[in-house]
Design a protein around this ligand. Structure first.
Ligand SMILES: N[C@@H](CCC(=O)N[C@@H](CS)C(=O)NCC(=O)O)C(=O)O
Length: 199
């Protein structure tokens, strides 16, 4: 088993999907959380200057979704066939397109607040409607077993629901999917033990 070291801030953020994959598969890793104040010193030492990164036996991987996809393939959570894998990737990218619209680092609080409100009020409902339609009456988003697309829905919706509680109230099937993910014993244990952060 390789030695895994994950580096990110003390946030769920873009590292949480990676932590879910480690938690679910029971793989040991170093969950290295850095302080914001130390970041300017660390940034120039990192290829491409962004986190999360995952060191795999000394090889540095960047881009949260590339890291998550690698772990999902290693652990059988990427989809059972190439077609399922493409569907999983498409759902993850669809959710990520939306999450990436948020100006997380915006310094002007008025601009930030206004853009967040607009996205949560005007853009989110379309995404939720489409995801709900895609899920239909199925247990999991793709195929007959849980994949990292289900994990990504839970991870991202947890933050969206923190920002706007009630956002998904019209979509009980999506909320039930979220509960199914959070009830998986290894995920439930991780949620219980993880450092409590707002984002
Ligand atoms: N698409 C990249 C985005 C990485 C990213 O923007 N990371 C942010 C934290 S969420 C970061 O490193 N911010 C500090 C900086 O840009 O200096 C990923 O998913 O990993």
């Amino acid at each position: 088993m390789p030695h895994y070291k994950l580096m990110y801030f003390n946030l769920r953020g873009r590292a949480e999907i990676i932590r879910y994959l480690f938690a679910y598969s029971g793989i040991k890793y170093e969950d290295h959380r850095i302080e914001q104040v130390d970041w300017p010193k660390i940034k120039p030492t990192i290829p491409f200057g962004k986190i999360p990164i995952l060191e795999v036996d000394g090889v540095t991987l960047h881009q949260s979704l590339a890291i998550a996809r690698y772990l999902a393939k290693e652990t059988g959570l990427a989809g059972q066939t190439p077609l399922e894998q493409a569907l999983v990737d498409a759902i993850v990218d669809t959710i990520d397109d939306f999450v990436s619209l948020f100006p997380w680092g915006e310094k002007n609080q008025d601009v930030k607040q206004q853009t967040f409100n607009d996205l949560l009020t005007n853009t989110a409902p379309g995404l939720l409607r489409d995801l709900d339609c895609f899920l239909g009456d199925n247990k999991w988003l793709v195929g007959k077993s849980v994949t990292w697309a289900d994990f990504y829905w839970d991870v991202c919706s947890t933050t969206l629901l923190f920002l706007k509680p009630g956002l998904a109230d019209n979509y009980p099937k999506l909320l039930a999917l979220k509960q199914r993910v959070q009830a998986l014993p290894a995920i439930a244990a991780w949620i219980q033990q993880r450092p409590k952060t707002t984002l």
